[in-house]
Design a protein around this ligand. Structure first.
Ligand code: IPE
Ligand code: IPE
Ligand code: MG
Length: 241
């Protein structure tokens, strides 16, 4: 038996390798981030075309704050500009955009722009695009557990009623089916604190392509690989099925 459906319902991507892409060309890392914007636009278009329902893109991790201030500043600037430029097209293509992560350290202007993108696209029923910025898997689970603990403290919830569904229901991706296919570009084979809870049974695909070079051909290769996977979720599959 191959993957339940040939097309993953939810694809989650660590868009990695911008810095190395630039370094290979003797350019500053920022040039790689700039080049990565095009690959980001393309994967959104190509996932929508392929019939993927949900796409989650890891754009900035809670740990990426530890990068030099100049690189962080440039990334924030790029988000701001990309949002300003892309939202009209996303909206036209029926893409709904949402941001997950801790955004409190972002500038007010950027937070406003993010909110505007969410509001503008709120009624779109095409590709559901989640952008993980200021996101960390540990922080996500921590805030979920804290929210439940507060309910217990207030007497609104019994500790014995905290089950997996209660935790999942408090995560930032609550209500979204977990990723079927995880893709990481850039050659590293690690999760880097992305969706720790949600990735429990995702098919993990790693490729060496650096993010700015990841195009339709790369996505199609990942989708083909996914279609050939056998997902067991811990069960033994009937030989005949
Ligand atoms: C991914 O590319 C983009 C972000 C983390 C914001 P990197 O900047 O991590 O590029 P490499 O991994 O250093 O090549
Ligand atoms: C993960 O990439 C975060 C994003 C792509 C946004 P990193 O480049 O930050 O991860 P590490 O440092 O290689 O683990
Ligand atoms: Mg990296």
């Amino acid at each position: 038996m191959t993957a339940d459906s040939a097309i993953p319902r939810h694809v989650a991507v660590i868009m990695d390798g911008n810095g190395r892409w630039a370094q290979q060309r003797g350019q500053p890392r920022g040039a790689g981030h700039r080049a990565g914007v095009k690959a980001t636009r393309e994967i959104v278009e190509n996932c929508a075309r392929a019939g993927v329902g949900y796409l989650t893109l890891f754009a900035f991790s809670s740990e990426n704050w530890q990068r030099p201030a100049s690189e962080v500043g440039l990334l924030m600037d790029l988000f701001m500009r990309a949002l300003g430029k892309e939202v009209a097209d996303l909206d036209k293509n029926k893409v709904r955009v949402r941001f997950v992560g801790d955004h409190t350290a972002f500038s007010d202007a950027l937070q406003r722009e993010m909110r505007k993108a969410e509001v503008t696209t709120a009624s779109n029923d095409g590709l559901q695009l989640y952008i993980a910025v200021g996101y960390g898997g540990h922080a996500d689970i921590t805030q979920a557990v804290r929210a439940l603990a507060e309910q217990v403290e207030a007497g609104a919830l019994k500790a014995s009623h905290i089950d997996e569904a209660a935790i999942a229901g408090r995560l930032l991706m609550a209500g979204v089916p977990p990723p079927d296919l995880f893709i990481r570009t850039g050659g590293e084979q690690r999760i880097s604190n992305f969706l720790l809870w949600d990735l429990a049974y995702s098919e993990l695909y790693f490729c060496d392509t650096l993010w700015p070079d990841f195009d339709k051909v790369g996505l199609d290769a990942a989708l083909r690989w996914y279609a050939g996977r056998q997902r067991r979720f811990g069960r033994v599959l009937d030989e005949a099925s």
